[in-house]
Design a protein around this ligand. Structure first.
Ligand SMILES: [Zn+2]
Length: 285
């Protein structure tokens, strides 16, 4: 599940390796992955890569001459640079960008059965107006928005866990890091977004900065090219239910949803209450 820290380290590593490199050819074996046809993908051929950057959970590969690839990895995609070209039998390939001289290849791969990762070829000046980017809220990092408390309050009764993952409200946080952030701020995942005191809002802001900073610093130390299929995420709480809380020692609990899990410390976040495990309660009905 690539979220802001994972996409950020991917952008940094690819930028350092590819800036200035010339694109020899590009093709999209994943028929559903390429979401645009004008300009055509081939328009990037013969041009130099001007840089790789992050926007929310998206990657942007800027190409000299005002073109850009806008890439969304969704839940199972990876943008990886390899020294050798993929065999065309590699079913994980969605987009192949071959680099001139030396055989390197920038590859969008996707694991699992679903094809959700996507790429758009856009004019660089149109990136911010693209519907996926224009709909994003302010970036969560490096500096959460100054009016974070107001942004959250406008979400009314929605729980913090949902609001912080809503890319329209604040961009970059997903299911893994939201658990770490709320644990760090000692806030309940079910607390209403419009029910934060000034102190709680400050603690939340600090937790967002520190948690995402910490993750990116960790990746800076341990992640090298080629970016591994599975990044070594330094999670302390998410998916650690049943283990002791690293801060207070209480047993971490979790609420299981259909396709994800929300983990928390019942002593420090929910006032001692163990929230209903929806998977269990459904089985017991
Ligand atoms: Zn605890």
């Amino acid at each position: 599940m690539p979220e802001l820290p994972e996409v950020e380290i991917t952008a940094r590593r690819l930028d350092a390796a590819l800036r200035g490199a010339e694109i020899e050819s590009a093709l999209a074996p994943g028929i559903n992955a390429l979401k645009t046809f004008d300009p055509p993908l081939q328009a990037i051929e013969g041009r130099a890569i001007a840089g790789v950057r992050r926007r929310g959970k998206h990657l942007v590969v800027d190409v000299a001459g005002d073109l850009s690839l806008l890439v969304h990895l969704m839940s199972a995609g990876r943008l990886q640079l390899f020294d050798k070209r993929a065999t065309l039998r590699d079913r994980t390939s969605r987009l192949l960008v071959r680099i001139a001289g030396g055989g390197r290849e920038l590859r969008l791969r996707e694991f699992g059965t679903k094809q959700r990762a996507w790429v758009k070829v856009l004019r660089t000046e149109d990136i911010e107006a693209d519907e996926a980017i224009a709909a994003l809220g302010p970036e969560a990092w490096p500096e959460p928005p100054g009016d974070l408390a107001e942004l959250l309050a406008a979400q009314g009764a929605r729980p913090l866990n949902a609001v912080l993952r809503d890319q329209h409200v604040i961009a970059g946080i997903g299911r893994s890091w939201v658990d770490e952030i709320l644990w760090s701020a000692m806030l309940s995942p079910f607390k209403r977004a419009d029910d934060l005191s000034d102190e709680e809002a400050d603690a939340l802001r600090e937790a967002i900065v520190n948690t995402l900073d910490g993750a990116i610093e960790h990746y800076e130390r341990v992640v090298e090219l080629p970016i591994p299929d599975k990044l070594p995420m330094p999670l302390q709480v998410h998916r650690h239910q049943g283990e002791p809380c690293p801060r207070c020692g209480a047993t971490l609990e979790a609420v299981h949803y259909e396709d994800y899990v929300m983990s928390y410390c019942p002593v420090e976040q929910t006032g001692g209450r163990v929230l209903k495990d929806r998977r269990l309660s459904r089985l017991l009905k």
